[in-house]
Design a protein around this ligand. Structure first.
Ligand SMILES: *Cc1c(COP(=O)(O)O)cnc(C)c1O
Ligand code: SF4
Length: 312
């Protein structure tokens, strides 16, 4: 993956944000001992019925609109593809994705991903126009990091047009916009302004975060992040363990530490500010929540918020 950064992010780095610098300008160094793969989630092989779609879980499908993003996050799961034309869908390929969704009437939930669907606004516009007409599709989710990468783009004509189409879509379907956010430094005033523009479409705002070593793997940073999201009408949805993908190993945190942090946060945060902690299982099917330190499965004992051990 080539390095790519926006003016907005560069400005935050110049003002001293280490968290932003480490996400976009990290010097690469390899760790050993981990079982790493180019496509650990089987997105291109096992579960892709047609180019552009990943159909892993019965009622929902991932629609990869492109592999293009405004900036390149150095820990991206799709590290190998981002920024390449490999994921660009021709007219016929796009139609094939839409036909698959139309024919598989069990699909009621379509996740637009990529790449960044808001960055490739023109393509996303045309896909939304078509999805709108498929009655079996009830939910459309748009996963994006565009407001964080390039908040000023939300003043452009093209993005305004896309917002208009999202608003139309949100009248007929339930639309979620899922914002990928990893650190409180990302929530600047102009980013929040861009997020408000999305909110005005009637889409429901949720967030996704990735545990990143040296960036957000401490309780205070994540507490601040999830509270900032909650206070700004964004419901924290998932926090992922970093995927075991080739090229991004230096970002993977200690599993034990992640569990300890999530256990502590469960005590500190309102339930609605607390995301589900998930591992997207390598070589498997499932986004599975690891147990927190409250539980001892063998003795069937649980440790409560105060540290009292109770048998259940
Ligand atoms: C993450 C993902 C989804 C959505 O999963 P939820 O747990 O419903 O958010 C759907 N399809 C694929 C292939 C995914 O990776
Ligand atoms: S915005 Fe998402 S898809 Fe694009 S580089 Fe970042 S993590 Fe990858």
């Amino acid at each position: 993956m080539k390095e790519r950064i926006t003016k907005h992010l560069q400005k935050l780095i110049d003002r001293g944000s280490v968290a932003i610098k480490e996400q976009f300008k990290k010097k690469r160094r390899r760790q050993k001992n981990l079982h790493l793969e180019p496509d650990p989630l089987g997105e291109e092989t096992l579960y892709s019925p047609v180019k552009g779609l990943v159909h892993k879980f019965g009622n929902r499908v991932l629609f990869k609109v492109s592999y293009r993003c405004a900036a390149h996050c150095q820990f991206c799961t799709r590290y190998r593809q981002i920024g390449t034309p490999e994921g660009d869908l021709s007219f016929d390929e796009t139609q094939a994705c839409l036909s698959y969704i139309r024919e598989h009437t069990e699909i009621d939930d379509v996740v637009l991903s990529g790449g960044d669907p808001l960055f490739t606004a023109r393509k996303t516009l045309s896909i939304l126009d078509e999805l709108l007409k498929i009655d079996t599709v009830k939910i459309i989710r748009i996963g994006t990091r565009f407001p964080i990468h390039s908040p000023d783009s939300f003043k452009s004509k093209l993005v305004k047009e896309l917002m208009r189409v999202i608003k139309l879509t949100a009248r007929k379907k339930v639309v979620f916009v899922s914002l990928h956010i990893n650190h409180p430094d990302e929530l600047t005033k102009n980013v929040l302004r861009a997020i408000r523009v999305i909110e005005k479409t009637g889409a429901i705002l949720v967030s996704q975060t990735v545990f990143l070593k040296g960036i957000n793997n401490d309780t205070e940073t994540l507490e601040k992040l999830f509270n900032a999201l909650y206070h700004n009408k964004i419901r924290p949805y998932y926090i992922y363990r970093c995927d075991y993908a080739e090229g991004i190993d230096q970002y993977i945190c200690s599993f034990r530490q992640e569990r300890r942090i999530m256990t502590e946060l469960r005590k500190r945060l309102s339930g609605l500010a607390y995301p589900m902690y998930i591992i997207d299982i390598p070589n498997g099917r499932g986004k599975i929540p690891p147990p927190l330190d409250f539980w001892n499965n063998i003795s069937r004992r649980v440790t409560d918020f105060d540290g009292t051990i109770i048998k259940i």
